[in-house]
Design a protein around this ligand. Structure first.
Ligand SMILES: C[S@@+](CC[C@H](N)C(=O)[O-])C[C@H]1O[C@@H](n2cnc3c(N)ncnc32)[C@H](O)[C@@H]1O
Ligand code: SF4
Length: 365
């Protein structure tokens, strides 16, 4: 039964040098209108699936580069055509400088009850290094606008491990983040993807990333600082006030079924993972012909599902069922070396383990 719907909006007002999400700079309102029409047609192609929808998530790209009424059309389509729960979580990812108070009011009227801001930092030097086009004031005003529109469930993204960032800089950010009336904080370690301008400069040695030891100190600082201020870590990169974990993202990590629509979106239905084309023209052409824009498909057998439960579950604070791992000795070794803990039949990673999650995952598969 499909629990969540993800909608990819691939438009941005600028391309950040570190970003490898499928997104394009566009200010063409006709293309945006056409894209939303295509999303609706794609959703129609999947109307035969079984739904019990609890979450809708607009991700990107930057969904708030679209007129809020266009996002509203997609919400209306889903809530009219599919079976949805009465207490839907509807999230919209937003840049801090896109929407006004009246735009957020429109979203609220369509049922949006969660806004996730790509803030990254409140320090101007970090925003400059990351090539962002907003200021701290933009974020503060946007938070106020979201609140005044009647939406209280706000997430702020934070990036750490930025070149030149110190522990003191990070602490300043954490202080500001936790002084604000937000319910959720996602903190991501800056990743230098090879095919991005940022990754290329790192490869050429023109930008230096922080040492592993500093990254570890940063993670520990984030974790203890946020926990002290009432934000509990429930996943590798996610902390929330009680009752405000992101239901939609938890579906991914707990292996629930979801449908993803739009360019580059992934789905998991009936033990099949399938992914859409990343090419927007191909996407529109295929859907216009009544074809699903799927270009990759993987059927998950029992062994593959066990592996996924391990690598997704290790991200969660609660960890994985120890019975997923045949060799229990290896779990005991990780525990004795301080990389993991076992509680109530579950194995979970400590901050030291999180730093080497890929290695630990490979040993447990
Ligand atoms: C798809 S973006 C959507 C938000 C919005 N477009 C923005 O950037 O404000 C989701 C989040 O992923 C994170 N992110 C993107 N690229 C990253 C990278 N290379 N390393 C770490 N985090 C990254 C950022 O925190 C960003 O806010
Ligand atoms: S980080 Fe966000 S705003 Fe920047 S290019 Fe990626 S999706 Fe667009």
């Amino acid at each position: 039964m499909i629990k969540g719907v993800y909608i990819h909006i691939p438009f941005c007002s600028l391309k950040c040098p570190y970003c490898d999400f499928t997104s394009f700079i566009s200010f063409d309102e006709n293309i945006k209108r056409k894209y939303v029409n295509t999303l609706l047609r794609e959703l129609e192609l999947y109307s035969y699936f079984y739904y019990s929808i609890e979450t809708i998530y607009f991700g990107g790209g930057t969904p708030t580069t679209l007129d809020p009424y266009l996002l509203g059309e997609v919400i209306e389509f889903i809530t009219k055509r599919y079976r949805v729960s009465s207490n839907l979580e509807i999230t919209v990812e937003s840049n801090p400088n896109n929407y006004s108070l009246s735009d957020f009011k429109v979203l609220k009227a369509y049922g949006v009850n969660r806004i996730s801001f790509g803030n990254q930092s409140f320090l101007i030097k970090n925003l400059k290094t990351l090539g962002r086009d907003h200021t701290p004031i933009n974020t503060l005003r946007s938070i106020e606008n979201v609140y005044n529109a009647g939406i209280e469930n706000i997430n702020l993204d934070l990036i750490y491990g930025i070149p030149g960032q110190s522990l003191i800089d990070l602490e300043k950010d954490l202080q500001i983040y936790t002084d604000l009336p937000v319910k959720h904080i996602s903190a991501y370690m800056l990743t230098a993807y090879e095919d991005t301008p940022f990754g290329m400069l790192v490869n050429k040695g023109e930008i230096e990333l922080p040492e592993d030891d500093l990254l570890y100190q940063m993670f520990k600082l984030i974790d203890t600082f946020l926990e002290d201020r009432g934000f509990k870590r429930y996943e590798l990169s996610n902390w929330a006030k009680s009752g405000f974990s992101c239901k939609h993202n938890l579906f991914y990590w707990t292996h629930r079924e979801f449908l993803g629509v739009g360019v580059s979106a992934w789905s998991f239905v009936n033990n099949v993972r399938f992914g859409n084309t990343k090419n927007i023209n191909q996407y529109i052409q295929m859907v216009e012909k009544g074809l699903k824009p799927v270009v990759s498909r993987e059927i998950l057998d029992e062994e593959k599902i066990r592996e996924e439960k391990i690598f997704l579950g290790l991200r969660l604070k609660e960890g994985i069922d120890i019975n997923l791992v045949a060799d229990k000795d290896i779990l005991s070794t990780f525990v004795s070396e301080g990389y993991g803990e076992i509680n109530n039949g579950k194995f979970s990673l400590t901050p030291k383990g999180i730093m080497v999650i890929n290695y630990i995952t490979s040993r447990l598969l």
